[in-house]
Design a protein around this ligand. Structure first.
Ligand SMILES: *Cc1c(COP(=O)(O)O)cnc(C)c1O
Length: 389
């Protein structure tokens, strides 16, 4: 299969986005051209075909997270799903309470809507994380008040890959009659997520993090035990049982479903392969250069994540020295600025070390050769910057 190398640049930034799998593209193509129907056109075959296609896609996507098809609401991605979950609950449960609980390490698409809500009279508690980058469920428990309406804790962190104890937190939420939302953008398709067993009421996820197209995602919304009510963000036409109006992105949804099917079937084997590449890369670096520190706990992280610092080596300098490698500094991906990571800060990583932090995300199309070469280039660049040649 193609490896998507461009000018020989090696892509090691799969937490930011992933290349689209060629099988996904192939599944999507007919829906741009002759299968172009609108699902709302139930009076003719073009529309009915589109509806049947979306029905099948919805059940395939639901299956990846053990949900019912009718509990999936299509959106434009995880940012929209997070906004719909948080603001939708805020408006629907206002009479019940005004308090949200989340964590300091959430993605901006959770933190910024919460900030907006707090400007509009809601109260928000952000629980801390330990040095391991993991939320302690007992901190969440302590933060619950009679006015708490939603707890939102991500399933896995986009910088450190730290997997959060969401099943434990969901159990606590349920006991106290509080809804539980999780931002699953990094976790769904990478690690097993079962909304029933884990007791998740709302789950955000997105196609472009799992080798699907950009601009399509979903919000899982539990329909019973308990039924979750949301006030929609978009009105007009009543699509998605009124929760998200707008003509459905049929090609995107078909691609999303194909991406989910591939992940469901290959996750286990693929994880082993990707983790082996990552481990090989890490070993090579640590054998060649001293002063490397891993951020977070090694075991409880996504199989594709490596987040580390080489002390005294500025991440920005290192990235400029390595145009042939696509990776990220540990700094938050606030697209416009390189502010040292608030996630690492929340973990107590000192400022100087945060400035050195690097995030590598390995993926489906990376090869052993990629990783060998990337390691060699990185080692040379670190030595150069340290003046040790
Ligand atoms: C990528 C990402 C998002 C945003 O998803 P989009 O589909 O790009 O809007 C949200 N949360 C996490 C944890 C992410 O990694």
């Amino acid at each position: 299969m193609k490896t998507f190398k461009r000018d020989g640049t090696i892509y090691l930034d799969h937490h930011a986005t992933t290349p689209m799998d060629p099988r996904v593209l192939k599944a999507m193509l007919p829906y741009f051209v002759h299968r172009f129907g609108n699902t709302a056109s139930f009076t003719h075959s073009f529309g009915r075909e589109a509806q049947e296609t979306v029905d099948l896609a919805r059940s395939q996507i639901a299956r990846l997270i053990q949900a019912q098809a009718q509990d999936i609401v299509f959106t434009s991605g995880a940012t929209e799903s997070n906004n719909l979950a948080l603001k939708g609950v805020a408006q629907a449960y206002r009479s019940k309470g005004d308090h949200f609980i989340s964590s300091r390490i959430e993605h901006k698409s959770v933190l910024d809507p919460l900030k907006r809500l707090s400007q509009n009279g809601f109260r928000v508690t952000l629980v801390p994380v330990g040095r391991d980058g993991i939320v302690d469920p007992s901190d969440v428990k302590k933060a619950i008040t009679p006015k708490t309406i939603l707890i939102s804790i991500m399933a896995a962190n986009n910088e450190t890959g730290a997997i959060q104890p969401i099943a434990d937190i969901a159990r606590i939420a349920k006991k106290r009659g509080v809804l539980f939302h999780s931002d699953g953008a990094q976790a769904v398709g990478k690690i097993p997520i079962d909304v029933r067993k884990m007791g998740i009421d709302l789950l955000s996820f997105t196609a472009h993090k799992i080798y699907g197209p950009k601009g399509v995602g979903a919000l899982y919304v539990r329909k019973k035990e308990p039924r979750v009510n949301l006030v929609p963000m978009l009105d007009g036409g009543g699509h998605e049982t009124g929760l998200r109006s707008g003509t459905l992105n049929v090609p995107g949804i078909v691609g999303f479903a194909k991406a989910c099917e591939i992940c469901r079937k290959t996750m286990k084997v693929e994880n082993r392969k990707i983790a082996a590449l990552r481990d090989q890369f890490k070993e090579k670096l640590f054998q060649a250069i001293p002063g490397g520190v891993i951020h977070g706990q090694w075991r409880k992280r996504l199989p594709n994540n490596l987040n580390l610092s080489f002390l005294d080596v500025d991440a920005g300098d290192l990235m400029r020295a390595l145009p042939a490698l696509a990776f990220s500094s540990g700094s938050a991906c606030t697209s416009t600025s390189l502010e040292p990571s608030y996630v690492l800060k929340a973990m107590g990583v000192p400022k100087a070390q945060r400035r050195s932090s690097l995030r590598f995300g390995f993926g489906r199309f990376n090869t052993q050769r990629d990783v060998e070469r990337a390691g060699t280039l990185l080692i040379r660049a670190v030595k150069n910057l340290r003046g040790v040649v």
